[in-house]
Design a protein around this ligand. Structure first.
Ligand SMILES: C[S@@+](CC[C@H](N)C(=O)[O-])C[C@H]1O[C@@H](n2cnc3c(N)ncnc32)[C@H](O)[C@@H]1O
Length: 280
């Protein structure tokens, strides 16, 4: 069968099962089965798909139909050009978090001296690893509650040749950490507990600890806001990714005597998602 025929059938099957971006998912899965880049596959859809590749594709198509995130099936997610390995131990890094990481980088660019960053709730390690990759002199601490996620972040650091640049700390609170940072960046769990059951099967197959932010979604973010002043250098920034409306809600409560330059930044969809505040 040709790639075009396989893709057309697969996209129809995924769509019938309510999978979003059905055609795109089918393309990624077939490219993976053929060992091709997706764009190279699209360049010639008349190729015949060998039987072994078609079988591999069929197996993964079923996994996608069952609601698994594409990145879990492929085993990786691109994060600002870095290949981050992911599996069920960690949240799949999102495009919005790439924006958050870029905001952290912009703050670091304006700082001097020995730079230190804290990636709090590191998950796969995507944010901290990309920052370490982007700033050769930067020391990064990756803090995480889940031992399984921390193991994944460590594996990614090794795979990317960045292991020596990161410290890994297992903790459930910022209060337990030592040292002072130029930037504390975090994409904490921020989904209100009661909302989780209504989310897509893809999201629900990600670790609960990566999603559940308590009753109003802000319990971990509030803890970060409370302890961040004690862990930031003067002029250091706290950068949080939150749900729409949550960032403004939290920002309003930040004391002006402690924080300056308080801002809520929009993501590429125009949603006010990122809290940015600088320690006086
Ligand atoms: C939304 S995920 C973000 C993962 C990764 N930073 C990213 O953006 O893809 C939140 C992460 O915070 C971790 N986490 C949850 N509660 C925590 C806590 N109290 N302290 C530290 N980490 C926590 C979860 O295990 C999860 O890996």
């Amino acid at each position: 069968m040709t790639a075009l025929r396989i893709l057309t059938d697969a996209a129809a099957r995924l769509e019938a099962n309510g999978v979003e971006e059905a055609a795109l998912n089918a393309q990624w899965l077939l490219a993976d089965a053929l060992g091709l880049e997706r764009l190279n596959l699209l360049a010639d859809l008349s190729i015949a798909v060998p039987e072994a590749a078609a079988r591999h594709f069929g197996k993964n198509l079923k996994r996608k139909e069952s609601g698994l995130p594409l990145a879990y099936i492929l085993g990786w997610q691109n994060f600002r050009g870095l290949r981050i390995n992911v599996d069920k131990r960690v949240l799949v890094p999102r495009p919005e978090t790439e924006e958050l990481a870029a905001l952290a980088a912009a703050h670091l660019r304006g700082r001097g001296g020995e730079l230190r960053a804290l990636d709090y709730g590191a998950g796969s390690g995507a944010i901290g690893l990309w920052l370490a990759h982007s700033f050769p002199g930067l020391k990064v601490t990756a803090a995480e509650k889940s031992a399984k996620a921390l193991a994944c972040a460590r594996e990614n650091a090794r795979a990317l040749g960045l292991r020596a640049r990161l410290d890994f700390v297992r903790t459930a609170s910022l209060a337990g950490l030592k040292g002072r940072f130029d930037v504390i960046v975090s994409n904490p769990p921020y989904i209100p507990t009661g909302v989780i059951a209504g989310l897509s099967p893809e999201v629900q197959s990600e670790p609960r600890v990566a999603l559940d932010g308590g009753g109003d979604g802000l319990s971990i973010a509030r803890m970060l806001v409370k302890f961040a002043p004690g862990r930031l250098k003067k002029g250091g920034a706290l950068l949080l990714e939150l749900g729409a409306a949550q960032a403004n809600c939290l920002l309003a409560g930040l004391p002006g005597g402690v924080w300056t330059g308080k801002k809520v930044r929009k993501d590429l969809n125009g949603l006010e998602r990122f809290l940015y505040a600088v320690k006086r």
